[in-house]
Write a protein that binds this ligand. Structure first.
Ligand SMILES: Cc1ncc(C[n+]2csc(CCOP(=O)(O)OP(=O)(O)O)c2C)c(N)n1
Ligand SMILES: [Mg+2]
Length: 359
């Protein structure tokens, strides 16, 4: 009989402490901002002011530790829960709010599902909702970089559940064969909606799956920014040196619902959540910064105030922006609208005018 595969994994400790206090403080700030945005967006959705949101509370150290170790020019191929990466890349919350609402200043013109923002100027590709599709995209893009001798890597983000997708295996295999400069960053938040990690795979770790494809996989404590930063920095160095991809499994926990359409009380216990909340990555980094003297009580309350203000101002501005003109739906497909498209546009315009269709 096969030995029990799901024994406790070895977790690489964060030892190098390569991060200065200044750097840690800027990471902490983005973590606090991400958490506060999460809380506000859940409430905005409940008030009917945005349609949908996928919270990332509990995953801040994994996301921001990873983003900080990447180069600004590296390409991000995210899933739908990577707000921390976008914020670290200096995407303004206002731009995210515009997308959640789909207003006239939304960069994707209301054509994407809420929470599916993309920013060409931040090398942040549109998130994939079909599980795993971003993985093969990241491998293909990395292959192009390799061929052009561009000193960049691609980083792709996905969950524990995505390791069961076809695209995960196709992407990992391809990356192994061609030794592409790709970082596979798996946030194992213990749940794929209501399916627990224990029922996802019989493998002891998700990271070990890399071994089958001929490259290394590491498990890190995703609540430890140091451990995450070190693992990603090392993976990036290897990728840039032509030594190929790495799979990183960051062990975290999703504190909130899968999305605003989910009720986690139906499948997990409050005790489990409370157990993981004791490892809250924000409390952990706050404690570290306070102990080292890098963060005073006064600086902490100033930060909390500044973050609240920034969020409120962005919400007000995004809600105050004009609505999107529904006729923009007919733009951007062709350089010049075809006669058929003109016809459809005219009919749509008539239906809007007659009130048959309401924006
Ligand atoms: C191909 C495909 N199958 C099923 C779904 C429905 N679905 C949406 S999210 C999700 C779970 C994903 O879990 P995980 O990869 O662990 O990411 P997490 O949401 O926990 O961050 C599923 C099954 C989907 N979006 N795409
Ligand atoms: Mg998950």
């Amino acid at each position: 009989m096969a030995k029990a595969a799901q024994s406790a994994p070895e977790v690489a400790p964060g030892v190098s402490h390569a991060l200065s206090n200044d750097r840690l403080l800027s990471m902490y700030r983005v973590m606090v901002l991400a958490r506060a945005i999460d809380e506000r967006c859940l409430s905005l959705q409940r008030q009917g002011r945005i349609g949908f949101y996928a919270p990332a509370s509990g995953q801040e150290a994994a996301q921001i530790g990873c983003a900080a170790a990447l180069g600004d020019e590296d390409w991000i191929f995210p899933a739908y829960r990577e707000i921390g990466i976008a914020l670290w890349r200096k995407v303004p919350f206002r731009a995210l709010m515009d997308q959640f609402i789909g207003n006239s200043t939304d960069r994707v013109k209301g054509r994407q599902m809420p929470n599916h923002y993309s920013f060409r100027d931040h090398n942040f590709v549109s998130p994939s909702s079909p599980i795993g599709t971003q993985i093969t995209q990241a491998v293909g893009a990395a292959m192009a970089m390799q061929r052009r001798h561009v000193p960049q890597v691609t980083a792709t983000f996905f969950g524990d559940g995505a390791t069961s997708s076809n695209d995960f295996h196709a992407g990992m295999n391809f990356a192994g064969v061609y030794r592409t400069p790709t970082i596979f960053f798996c946030q194992n938040n213990q749940w794929a909606i209501s399916l627990p990690r224990s029922r996802q795979t019989h493998s002891a770790t998700l990271a070990q799956k890399a071994e089958a494809y001929g490259f290394s996989g590491v498990v890190v404590d995703g609540n430890d920014v140091h451990a995450v930063f070190d693992a990603v920095a090392a993976a990036r160095e290897r990728a840039l040196a032509g030594e190929g991809p790495t799979l990183i499994e960051a062990q975290v926990y999703r504190f909130g619902p899968h999305s605003t359409s989910d009720d986690p009380h139906r499948y997990r216990s409050d005790a489990d959540v409370a157990e993981w909340k004791r490892k809250d990555p924000i409390l952990r980094l706050r404690e570290e910064l306070r102990t080292s003297g890098a963060l005073t009580d006064e600086a902490e309350s100033q930060l909390q105030e500044a973050v609240k203000r920034e969020i409120s101002e962005a919400i007000e501005a995004a809600e105050g922006a004009p609505a999107l003109d529904p006729l923009t739906l007919f733009d951007d497909t062709f350089a010049q609208r075809t006669p058929r498209l003109e016809e459809e546009r005219a009919e749509f315009q008539r239906l809007l005018r007659e009130g048959v269709i309401r924006p």
